[in-house]
Design a binder for this molecule. Structure first.
Ligand code: NAD
Length: 371
């Protein structure tokens, strides 16, 4: 059995609490002989700043580069509001994404049947929802140059952000989307604004060409304008399987999609790099939520987004899609038993803390493995 090298970066706030539940699941997987791990831990965010004066140390970035998968909790909190901009907790995350060239951000929006009533939409629209938004993460308008505010002679100011994409950036994200679709519902919807943006036109052309020349014609490809897709996401979200889009539209559309599922505490994410010659990808898995300073240290945080992030790691980095499915089923089963942390609790359900929810998932996971 090969040994997988895992780096845990629990971070700040509720990060260490939710990571604690993931450690229990990793231990169970190892005890059952399903995978063997070499687990290392390090600091990121405010805690790294306190220890080293930077949001992530070079040593931690080096470990992340060597890891088969990096699991990150959350960063940030009011304690670090005053630190120099370049050392703010989020800088640790941004450095990891940049140094590991994690260009593909995968945000699944899964609506567990037991939580369908917590969605902002009607149950029938979201019950059983399972879509993934693949967002380009390292290019586009957030990074394009020039990016500046200049003074005009008439006393006004002028702000410029630059939306820029090159062929290779679109090609590689399109490939991630097609490959992902193959292990799901085999459908990709590509979203841009080709009607008003040159970058949208190129996006559309390159996705279409990659579909053809990359040998992905078994996957069904549709194109939709990003604004129309926004409407469709709240009108009939179950029509989608994989959505691929740029950094800006992906940022917005994935936040919209997250509200379809009920709670921030339920949403995992993955950020993937390019495959190397040995077929390995650098990868970072983390919940979508932040460090939740308002509830940190109280043992009440919902660990399910962190646990679902581990499920994504099992699927995309650790070669165990079967275990990933069992872990997702275990989450579903714990919810079906009525276990709820405060963020997803409603009358008639059993209110539990972080470790009780983690243990409920662990118990179901253990019996599913044994079947
Ligand atoms: P947040 O996600 O931390 O919290 C928003 C609300 O959701 C809070 O009421 C919180 O209690 C609740 N919540 C979040 N996760 C939860 C969970 N697992 N279980 C139960 N409730 C949960 O966002 P915020 O309050 O805007 O930001 C707090 C800090 O986190 C800030 O410093 C921010 O910069 C940082 N942040 C970090 C990340 C990250 O690490 N990726 C992402 C977003 C925000």
């Amino acid at each position: 059995m090969s040994t997988k090298n895992i780096l845990l970066l629990a971070g700040d706030g509720i990060g260490p609490e939710v990571m604690g539940e993931v450690k229990k699941i990793l231990a169970l997987i190892e005890t059952k002989g399903l995978l063997s791990f070499q687990i290392d831990e390090d600091l990121v965010g405010g805690c790294a700043y306190d220890a080293h004066g930077v949001a992530i140390s070079d040593a931690a970035v080096d470990k992340a580069r060597e890891a088969d998968a990096v699991l990150l909790g959350a960063v940030g909190g009011p304690k670090w509001d005053g630190v120099p901009y370049e050392h703010r907790p989020e800088a640790g995350l941004l450095r990891l994404r940049k140094d590991l060239e994690l260009f593909a951000n995968l945000r699944p929006a899964i609506c567990y049947p037991a939580l369908a009533d917590s969605s902002a939409l009607k149950r029938e629209l979201v019950d059983g929802l399972d879509i993934v938004i693949v967002r380009e993460l390292t290019g586009g308008v957030y990074f394009g140059e020039p990016k500046e505010i200049t003074d005009l002679p008439n006393g006004q100011k002028r702000a410029v952000d630059t939306q820029v994409y090159e062929t290779y950036e679109i090609e590689r994200i399109a490939k991630v989307a097609f490959e992902l679709a193959r292990v799901r519902g085999n459908r990709v919807t590509s979203a841009e604004k080709r009607n008003v943006m040159k970058s949208g036109l190129l996006w559309n052309q390159v996705v279409t060409a990659t579909h053809k020349s990359g040998g992905y014609e078994d996957v069904k490809l549709d194109h939709m304008l990003a604004d129309a897709l926004g409407m469709q996401l709240v009108r009939a979200p179950k029509q989608f399987d994989v959505i691929v889009t740029d950094n800006l539209f992906g940022d917005i559309l994935s936040d919209v999609a997250s509200m379809l599922t009920g709670s921030l505490g339920m949403l995992p994410s993955a950020s993937l790099g390019a495959e190397d010659s040995a077929g390995r990808r650098k990868a970072l898995y983390e919940p979508v939520h932040g460090s939740a300073p308002d509830i940190a240290g109280k043992g009440v945080a919902n660990p399910l987004a962190m646990i679902a992030s581990l499920a994504m790691a099992l699927k995309y980095s650790l070669g165990k899609p079967d275990l990933a499915d069992l872990l997702d089923q275990a989450i579903s089963a714990a919810l079906a038993d009525g276990y709820r942390t405060g963020d997803i609790w409603s009358e008639g359900f059993r209110k539990v803390g972080t470790s009780e929810m983690g243990e409920a998932v662990l118990k179901h996971f253990q019996s599913l493995i044994a079947e």
